[in-house]
Design a binder for this molecule. Sequence first.
Ligand code: CTP
Ligand code: ZN
Length: 155
Amino acid sequence: MKEKKQLVVSAIKDGTVIDHIPARLLFNVINILGLAKIENQITFGTNLESHKLGKKAIIKLSEVFFRKDDLDRIALIAPQAKINVIREYEVVEKKTVEVPDHVEGIVKCVNPACITNNQPVRTKFEVVSKQPVSLKCHYCEKITDSDNLVMISHR
Ligand code: CTP
Ligand code: ZN
């Protein structure tokens, strides 16, 4: 049965719904957005039926509206996710997320000798592939890919 009909996770009044998260990635998304540290109401559901994904997860954040940095974080982990902005119980905006061409200060460089791992220098990468994600460090030129993607926590 469709999640919409029975609405397993209650509707929210104002905020953001991250929908169509592959279920296995739910906790990665929670971590990369630093949701453990925010005080807003958060509800989520996982292993919900989805025709597209098999099993999907959904996160609903009251009174939270994402900045570009948050959307880029989601794109790096779960590019299939759909962002719904809710105002007065209505979906006022639907957004897809896209891996940007450059990534700054979100991901760690895989190279332990890289200046960004040894000095207070913000990481900076050129995106050489978006699917799967592959990032080339601006400083050491080493490739960080989806298998060794470590995000820098924020909030
Ligand atoms: N939603 C919510 N609170 C609201 C309105 C919507 O939590 N006040 C959630 C819905 O549960 C759904 C998402 O926001 O998970 C998008 O809502 P809607 O566009 O109405 O659902 P669908 O048409 O199923 O969207 P899609 O086609 O993107 O799955
Ligand atoms: Zn580097």
